[in-house]
Design a protein around this ligand. Structure first.
Ligand code: UGA
Length: 445
């Protein structure tokens, strides 16, 4: 007999959850998204996205019930009862931030999600964790689920399905993932997840089936590897600087070796954001608990190379203005941790701006999308509405997030606004020759 397609719920509608919910509706499923914040639910129900993510609002508007021309397959709620009644598959997409003052991940949102949902599960359901968690969590959560849900073991089951989407490419990464990894304990769970992901798999995404700990570890390992690549090239940048070499050329040259690859070898002020730095630290903390800390001591070095880049940028700025930052005007282009995002969490750009401010410089920041979030985080910095306004009267200009808009700036126009024509490129993406031609002293990190 033909079975109806599974009905899907998504718990937590942040970055990951909002994108996942919209993508699931786009794949043809009936979807109910839950968040505990009513204002978030109201926004999403109007088809508005609470953050900047290219393509997400369009995708959402195509499906949110009640919007003109929408499929109506996507709805939002704050009620766990509704979610428990509705869903066959429940995706848990809440965040796991770094615990205050520690390296370990804060599991309280995941725990709360499971503990809120489980007691309401009276029918057959698969709960699928997508949050990034310390290895061993899925085991623990499966036991908790069995203990709390009235439908009982066998009826209510857990699976683990880590997420690899990148901010700025969230929609594409979700609809066409590089790979889908599922940690399962039964054939039923695997079959259900194969049904959910049938379309991307048919279009070529590899489907990797494994156990719980491996699924959890894949995520930690992937982000650690990416962080390692970035810190490796940044370490090479330090050596290049000492030896008068060119790290951009070096990266290009080693990248031609397919075993190394060209991606993720952009030297600069290092990695930031809500994932890489915290995942690295949480991974070290968890390995320590497991007695495997020695295996990951190198990650400490990856972290410190990364943090050193920020300090180095501050030193270069100090050097550029003649040795003392006090009262010097510094223009900072970029506030977000990377372009095409409004996310300023652990942003290297804002961190550098903040350090310069603390050392007495007059800092003015401009970012195409991150101004609101930056202001909230660092209200004491100066802000301007455009790159041109930010550089007015500057003793030095710092390029810290590689927005396309900054690559298209006309150095001749900016030259008339600044006090001194000095620019430091913290991302190695500006055209040095162009700036030098317009009379600038140009230095890249
Ligand atoms: C990262 C991973 O790339 C995703 O695969 C993963 O799913 C996600 O974390 C997550 O755990 O949720 P994201 O944080 O969106 O995604 O950003 P990335 O594109 O990885 O960039 C991270 C940082 O590295 C940025 O600050 C970026 O400027 C920096 N970076 C990246 C470099 O400095 N050099 C590079 O060559 C590449």
């Amino acid at each position: 007999a033909h079975q109806a397609p599974p009905r899907i719920t998504v718990i937590g509608t942040g970055y990951l959850g909002a994108t996942h919910a919209a993508a699931m509706a786009d794949l043809g499923f009936e979807v109910l998204g839950l968040d505990v914040l009513p204002e978030k639910i109201e926004m999403l129900s109007r088809g508005e996205v609470p953050m900047y993510e290219p393509g997400l609002e369009e995708l959402l508007r195509r499906h949110v019930a009640g919007l003109e021309g929408a499929s109506g397959r996507l709805r939002f709620t704050t009620s766990y009862e509704e979610v428990a009644d509705f869903g066959d598959v429940h995706f848990v997409c809440v965040n796991t931030p770094q615990r205050h003052g520690e390296y370990a991940a804060d599991m309280s949102y995941v725990d709360t999600a499971i503990e809120s949902l489980a007691p309401l599960l009276r029918r057959r359901a698969l709960v699928v964790g997508k949050s990034t968690v310390p290895v061993g969590s899925a085991d623990r959560l499966a036991a908790r689920l069995a203990e709390l849900s009235p439908a009982g073991e066998g009826e209510v089951e857990l699976a683990w399905n880590p997420e690899f989407l990148r901010e700025g490419f969230a929609v594409d990464d979700t609809l066409h993932p590089d790979r889908i990894v599922v940690g399962v304990r039964s054939e039923r769970a695997e079959t259900l997840l194969r049904e959910v992901y049938a379309k991307p798999v048919a279009e070529g995404s590899p489907f990797v089936v494994t156990d719980f700990p491996t699924a959890e570890l894949v995520k930690a390992a992937a982000n650690s590897f990416l962080a390692t690549k970035i810190s490796f090239i940044n370490a090479m940048a330090e050596v290049c600087e000492a030896a008068d070499g060119d790290v951009v050329k070096l990266a290009e040259a080693i990248g031609h070796d397919e075993r190394i690859g060209r991606k993720f070898l952009r030297a600069g002020i290092g990695f930031g954001g809500g994932c890489l730095p915290k995942d690295l630290r949480a991974f070290m903390a968890r390995a320590g608990e497991l007695g495997a800390d020695q295996a990951l001591t190198f990650l400490r070095e990856i972290d410190s190379i990364n943090m050193r880049r920020r300090g180095h940028m501050v030193e270069l700025a100090r050097e550029a203005v003649g040795g003392g930052l006090l009262g010097k005007r510094v223009a900072v282009l970029g506030a977000t941790f990377k372009p095409d995002s409004d996310d300023v969490r652990d942003s290297p750009a804002l961190n550098v701006a903040g350090q310069l401010h603390l050392q007495g410089a007059q800092v003015t920041v401009y970012d195409p999308k991150g101004m609101e979030n930056a202001r909230r985080l660092f209200p004491t910095l100066g802000y301007a509405d455009s790159a041109l306004a930010a550089v007015r009267g500057a003793d030095v200009v710092l390029h810290l997030t590689e927005w396309r808009e900054f690559g298209e700036l006309d150095p001749a126009v900016l030259a008339d606004a600044v006090a001194e024509r000095r620019i430091l490129d913290g991302r190695n993406t500006l055209d040095a020759a162009l700036w030098r031609k317009a009379g600038w002293t140009f230095r890249a990190l």
